[in-house]
Write a protein that binds this ligand. Structure first.
Ligand code: HEC
Ligand code: HEC
Length: 346
């Protein structure tokens, strides 16, 4: 048996044959292949074999992502804390879950989440599929047992048919729920900001002189931002302590590794769409990009695990405003206005 996996890349349809493992054989592909548009300069994301993309899967995932049915009192959906207009983050320090609870960390952006190898600020989860269960069951977020969520979906007039079409399942299951939402999340690719137009698409007039000056500061040896926020997605995906505290209330990466050398280390966040995702850091402790730059310029609070690249620098008012202007060029308006990523019309 062979299955088809079709991607549309820059208008060229590539058909690749992949031989099926036992598991994928039981879920043959239906629906039209999803056209995942990989922007210039971006690699192909890794897609698990048991969850290749197709339109039925992505559409089911999108419906679930926007559906409050997955929360205890049917009041909040994934999109309540991951809003398209806010770059799939939100603008709160901590986000509102059900029953007046709030999250313990700042909601991160889901921009280009397909390229991450681990999830959460501490990287404590390695599968975008499994991650889906986290917010549904977390008492500060949706607070619903995933079994109850599945029962609700089984009773729904529409979902059973959608699960059948997407994953050939007789009824909604946890397997289908987690895979469909992950499939939708993998489509949230952002690579058409003014920076991309300038850097990857050869449109030299997409950045003005101030933005270019800011870009040179960002990539330069004095500020060293790009030594951590590196590559096409502005993160090397490592865990670092950037010195925002001398003592951290949240142990960060150490909660996963139990290694004290990881205390206060967090996954280096992407800076794509950063102008839309204030406040900043794992706890939303910096209200503005100016506050963030002032922190780095000051050189941090000298935590034992503070990375040596955080050593302070001097920066003029003009340079600071140039750097902020550059960070604003990472906003991708096509991404936040893309109707394929918005709440589906019934
Ligand atoms: C009440 C707010 C809230 C809701 C609802 C919510 N999230 Fe989140 N999300 C967060 C917070 C806060 C984090 C960071 C948690 C951490 O690092 O411990 C997060 C992290 C994530 C991450 C990891 C991002 C990264 O960079 O590692 C993904 C993926 C994600 N959420 C997807 C979802 C999905 C899918 C749903 C719905 C099933 C959902 N979220 C519902 C607040 C929320
Ligand atoms: C040693 C690696 C490192 C360097 C160098 C670095 N950062 Fe960071 N950056 C991080 C880490 C880690 C975080 C998250 C820390 C946390 O949440 O506690 C972060 C967070 C941020 C955030 C907030 C992102 C969000 O989604 O909340 C911004 C903005 C940022 N950095 C910009 C910069 C700029 C501008 C520079 C250069 C002046 C820079 N960074 C240099 C590691 C680094």
């Amino acid at each position: 048996m062979k299955s088809f996996r079709t991607y549309l890349i820059f208008g060229i349809t590539l058909l690749t044959f992949t031989s099926c493992s036992k598991e994928t054989e039981s879920i043959p592909q239906t629906g039209t292949a999803y056209a995942l548009a990989i922007p210039p300069g971006f690699p192909e994301p890794i897609i698990p074999e048991d969850n290749t993309l197709n339109s039925n899967r992505v559409e089911l995932g999108r419906k679930l992502f926007y559906d409050p049915i997955l929360s205890l009192d049917s009041s909040i959906s994934c999109a309540s804390c991951h809003l398209q207009n806010d770059g799939f983050a939100d603008n709160k320090n901590f986000s509102d879950g059900v029953l007046g609870k709030v999250t313990e960390r700042n909601s991160p952006t889901l921009t280009n989440i397909a390229y991450h190898n681990a999830f959460f600020w501490d990287g404590g989860n390695h599968s975008l599929e499994i991650q889906v269960i986290g917010p549904i069951e977390n008492e500060n977020e949706m607070n619903l047992s995933v079994q109850v969520a599945i029962e609700r979906l089984k009773q729904d007039p529409e979902y059973p048919e959608l699960f059948r079409k997407a994953y050939q399942l007789n009824e909604p299951t946890i397997f289908g729920l987690t895979r469909a939402i992950a499939a939708f999340e993998r489509t949230l690719i952002s690579g058409n900001s003014n920076y991309d137009k300038y850097f990857y698409q050869g449109q030299s007039n997409s950045l003005n002189a101030n933005e270019i000056a800011g870009m040179n500061l960002f990539f330069g040896n004095n500020l060293r931002c790009a030594e951590c926020h590196s590559g096409f997605n502005f993160t090397n995906l490592n865990y670092e302590n950037n010195g925002i505290y001398a003592m951290y209330a949240d142990s960060g990466r150490a909660a996963v590794t139990l290694n004290p050398n990881d205390n206060g280390k967090f996954k280096i966040p992407t800076l794509r769409n950063i102008a839309l995702t204030a406040p900043y850091m794992h706890d939303g402790s910096f209200a503005t990009l100016e506050n963030v730059i002032d922190h780095y310029a000051q050189g941090g609070q000298n935590h034992a695990n503070q990375n040596s690249k955080i050593s302070g620098f001097s920066i003029t008012t003009q340079e600071k405003s140039d750097l902020i202007a550059f960070l604003h060029t990472l906003t991708d308006y096509e991404f936040i206005n893309n109707p394929n990523f918005s709440v589906p019309t019934p």
